[in-house]
Design a protein around this ligand. Sequence first.
Ligand code: NAD
Length: 492
Amino acid sequence: MTISLETAASTNASSVVSSHFINGEWTDAGGPTFPVHNPLNGELVGEAAAGGSAEARAAVEAAAAAFPAWANLAPGARQLLFLKAADIVERRTEELVELMAVEGGASRAFSSFQIRLSAAMLRQAAGWGYLPAGDVLRSDVPGRTATVTRKPLGVVAGFTPWNGAFYLAWRTFLLPMAFGNTTVIKPSELAPRSAGLVHAEILEEAGFPAGTFNVVTHAPGEAPAISDVFFESPAVRCINFTGSDRTARILGAQAGRALKRMVLELGGFNPVLILDDADVEESIRAVTFGAFLHQGQVCMNSRKVYVHSSLHDEFVAGLKARVETLKIGDPRDPAVIIGPLINDGAVEQIAARVQDALDRGAALVTGGTADGRLYPPTILSHVPADAICSTGADETFGPLLVIEAFDDAEEAFRASQNTPFGLSASIMTRNRARGLDLAARFDTGIIHINAPTMASEASLPVGGVKDSGWGRSGYYAIEDFTEVRLTTVSRE
Ligand code: NAD
């Protein structure tokens, strides 16, 4: 059990002291901890165990020991566990909404979205054990039969981010586990419960066997003590990372030295092209959701809109009016859509990029002034191509959207591709054939026609190309978390 302490905080938020979860036990109670603060007001909302290499080693050993039995568990037994976990997620909805608000600044709309996606993903993954495990192939050698079988890898070590933490941590745990791997998760130090520990509580209650999932937390700045163990351990066969391209480059260099398989789910630039035949109202809805859900702190948020000049003024006026109705404040208020940014660094990044664009001559359509960590949805137009927020060279991670008018759709398309990222993109058009034709040429992992760049479903394969990483969620994760075993039998 996690040890819970109610604090005498001025709000009703509870402060939880969390241990590591290793081999089916909450360990290290009473050991060193680090504080976790509410991004809105700095209130203490919890403490988590400050672990290091010893805990990481114990977790990897537990996962390795649990692997053979888990890999061979009957599909029906595994299915029941996943279905139970989905029910527990739904039962705990209210408490999870509160947790995501106080640890990560998530609005009720965003946390409910994550809870729905998580339960759906658990229920879908529950059935994967019954899908065919391989194929029989033909051989040119007379009398030889050849079969290929999908085998789990072994221990998969996962890194989870603080943003969209609840859903993304499920993705990190359950996709490898559904294919027979065991896991060790290292959650973000900014949101350790919503990025991993609460999942351990749910999986424990559902009855998953000891050692199949383990969670080790660490104080800020101490992540390498844990991740070094992952790279050094022969039992760890895959590193499953969701986070920034900056961190991925550090870990990727380690993976190269250790020759470890790596799955990378990284950031994006996520352009939207609004063609001259688009529905303006629908485009306004798609961009409001796509750019500003979770204060623009999601990998698939739209960062730049290219809009045909014939629609530009109507679109900008409508978008400005719509985003100015979004209530900003404490995300525990169900009416609030825009909560706080995660920390002061995030506010500084957005403020500096807005200032950089204004200094170069951009026009501010709306927003642009922070109130503490509350930063309003901010829209810039007439942004020079060399402004940092407009180049697409570096991920902007907050509520800042750039709008650019175009006359030539082909030029706008080419400009939208001039970024090292390739995660998601949207095309708004009433002409389906035209949309599909353009979509085929996008260099992204995801392209939506007439939907936000953020459009997501648990069953659909999310993932990027180029600097947005590689790997896919949904059932396509079988490519990432299994390997193909060839067995041949020849005549004696
Ligand atoms: P981050 O890269 O700072 O952290 C991600 C994880 O890496 C955390 O667990 C963190 O503790 C760990 N980490 C950081 N530095 C490390 C180091 N030197 N050694 C070992 N571990 C280290 O990312 P973040 O700020 O938590 O998350 C936001 C980023 O994640 C954004 O770039 C966003 O676009 C991206 N993201 C991508 C997806 C996707 O599916 N493509 C989803 C969510 C977030």
